[in-house]
Design a protein around this ligand. Sequence first.
Ligand code: GLU
Length: 551
Amino acid sequence: MSMQPEILTPLATETIAEIEARYPPRALPEGACVTRFGPSPTGSLHIGGLYTSMISRQLAHQSGGLFMLRIEDTDKKREVEGAIDLIVDSLRHFGLSPDEGELTVGHEVGSYGPYRQSARTPIYQAFVRNLLERGLAYPCFASPEELAAVRDQQQAAKIPPGYYGKWALWRDRPEAEVEQAMAEGRPFAIRLKAPADRPAQVTLPDVIRGDLNFPSNEQDVVLLKADGTPTYHLAHVVDDRLMGTTHVIRGHEWLSSYPLHAQLFGLFGWEPPLFAHISPIEKMEGSSRRKLSKRKDPEASVSFYVEQGYPQEAVLEYLLTLADGRFEDWRAEHPEGREGFAIDLARMSRSGALFDSVKLDSISRERIAAMTAAEVYAAILAWAEIHAPDFCARIAADPAYATAIFNIERGNERARKDLAHWSTVPGDVSFFFDDLYAADEANVREALAAVTPAPSAELLRAIADEVDPNVERDTWLEALRAIGGRFGYAPSMKVFKQDPQAYIGHFGNLTEAVRVVLTGRRQSPDLHEIMQVMGRNRVKARLDAAAGWIA
Ligand code: GLU
């Protein structure tokens, strides 16, 4: 042993046996999966992170196990302020809060923590101290320049790059040199001493991909950085062991690190957990596929779906269709919702799932169409509270009116499928509110001026005076047709076409005029329902005012 392990790992306070005793095997039923999501807080949550969390959580829950959130914040240089909040809040927003870990920022539940890696440095150092004691790790004082020089030589000689074998400058240094470097206070990392007697190959029995063979790890990778914090490799192995993870579900970019991870599990005498490497969510760019990127694609960030106001369930169901091709058919048979669907990792795609926003919107439209007006009101209120505060105050002030608006064409055979997310709602329904309608008067006037044939002021007044919207649709239609007849409108398009000269227009022209007066738009949901929701007085006031513009 070339150097006192305690000096190299000063923060370790326990032996690994003592630590392991604090993390006993979990008392869970046979077959229960323990999964975790291990994000690094380097920015807003990527949709792939939500996808991984949903799969991990579902797998745990369907098997009677549990799901953890572990914040992998060992790289303080890359950490972004507020990112932990975004991760924790995003999971909570989508109903994917963990069973263990932070449920709200700074508040952990579970007895296998701490669940922030930055709070576990003494634990990692204890395990590294154990490797040092067994001659399986060593301090490395190589400077960045020396490492670069090694790389250059390897490149020139066309041999595999890295810190290994004879290229590992500090692997077999005499003790005196190590002590001198220490005495000089030179910064050092602790590296793994990759065992020379390793097998040529390791097999990863990946749950999604089947058996994959890799050459064994020969690199003396860094386990502890110069600041004494661990690398992902060490932290992953130690944490997933201590926390009792049964299934490591992580991005496919970690596939090539598996030989190292398997080696580390082996050096501690541990059976590795099962691994499932998930393919990334991709999108088409021209004729080629690429990973969804937070830099280029707004839809890569979970915050996009939150801001747009997609119902949480719609997003999760869409992600489930990406995870398992059987889900859509299953869902059609299970109106009660997604929860009972059992994920099967072995069925997940080995190539990337392709993101399709049209599909997401169509799932979302279906889900919204199936909601009651009260559910829609509650969901819009919650969305608007954060993303449209003025609109929120407006609908909170008159819940009955707002709910009636959201009930238009809901729950009947003409169920609306036009809504995919809430962010369009404030604009869609603005005309129901008198102050917004008044503010838009110039546009309403312009739209009315464009209606042909132009309605007369008398026609609008007659409708204002005589038509009560609070009657059955047929009675209402009859009343309107009768007035139309008095003013020269054919009762239908068909009748109009038989003798166009005999009429000034047809019934559709008349309803268009009314629609434009009431909404300022040529297209709207059902006119009869709109009038009922607005109420007779409001309808009359608008029609009378519009008659005034014409006269
Ligand atoms: N912190 C790692 C990452 O951000 C987690 C990988 C894992 O789940 O093990 O990719």
